[in-house]
Design a protein around this ligand. Structure first.
Ligand code: FES
Length: 259
């Protein structure tokens, strides 16, 4: 883990209230694994709430890329950061996704939950012979992010939107269920990797367990310290309460206890 002073290379609006931030961060990039997160010290916030956790969207050549939505005071303040500014970033933090998969890797993202899946897709393609497919859901087409980047990796993408403005109309489980049924029918091995809102993660976990596939679920929890000290990020698991910033944010589907 490094506390690194990073200069902002690019910070752009990508539509729908989402932003992409690129910083020079060679020390963190060197160690980061897909699914880990970083804690960004946000300028203009008071001392008690000055850091915010973000998934790593991409990392390579010393450049760290974050993809986030402006949803509250912290992300709005971060939105004011511009190219040339310096910000402190602590990371990499937490336990990420496995770097290999057997059979087909089904990546499932909801909204900005797609953020850790891009580095994961790159990692899986590089480190294993797994075929990778992306299933991504959102309320409208504006919530479906980075499709072109995923397509450029050569993977198939299956979007779904509640209003039908892009891909299948309905939840992301609509195209996912079709794929699971096809793979199960041919007894082809697969694993599921997911990040997004809790109802989606619960639905994906249930599918992984009922189909006998491994499921890797990245939980999005409120975090304050990011390093295991404050217990703000508790997730119930079969082993008791776990901290998402230390034992997670990625958990095996069968370990999670849903309330
Ligand atoms: Fe403090 Fe996890 S954020 S213990």
């Amino acid at each position: 883990m490094t506390d690194e002073k990073c200069s902002v290379l690019e910070h752009v609006d990508v539509g729908g209230g989402y932003r992409r931030l690129k910083v020079a961060s060679p020390a963190i990039v060197k160690d980061v694994q897909a699914g880990q997160f970083v804690h960004v010290r946000v300028p203009q916030l008071d001392e008690s709430s000055l850091r915010r956790p973000f998934s790593v969207f991409d990392a390579g050549d010393g450049v760290l890329t974050l993809l986030y939505k402006e949803v509250g005071r912290g992300t709005k303040a971060l939105g004011l950061v511009k190219a040339g500014d310096e910000i402190n970033i602590l990371g990499p933090l937490g336990h990420g996704f496995p770097s290999k998969a057997s059979g087909t890797a089904l990546l499932v993202g909801g909204g900005y939950g797609v953020a850790p899946l891009y580095l994961l897709a790159k990692t899986l393609l590089k480190s294993s012979s797994a075929k990778v497919k992306l299933f991504v859901g959102g309320r409208t087409a504006a919530d479906i992010l980075a499709l072109d980047e995923f397509r450029q990796l050569g993977i198939e993408v299956f979007p779904a939107t509640n209003d039908g403005s892009l891909g299948e109309k309905g939840l992301v489980t609509v195209p996912l269920d079709k794929e699971i049924a096809a793979l199960s029918a041919s007894s082809a091995p697969f694993e599921i990797f997911a990040c997004g809102p809790d109802p989606m993660l619960k639905a994906v976990s249930e599918r992984a367990i009922s189909s006998g596939a491994k499921g890797w679920i990245s939980m999005d929890r409120h975090m304050i310290c990011g390093v295991g000290a404050c217990y703000a990020c508790i997730q119930k698991t079969v082993r008791g309460n776990s901290r998402c910033c230390i034992e997670g944010p990625v958990f095996a589907a069968e370990d999670l206890v849903w309330e």
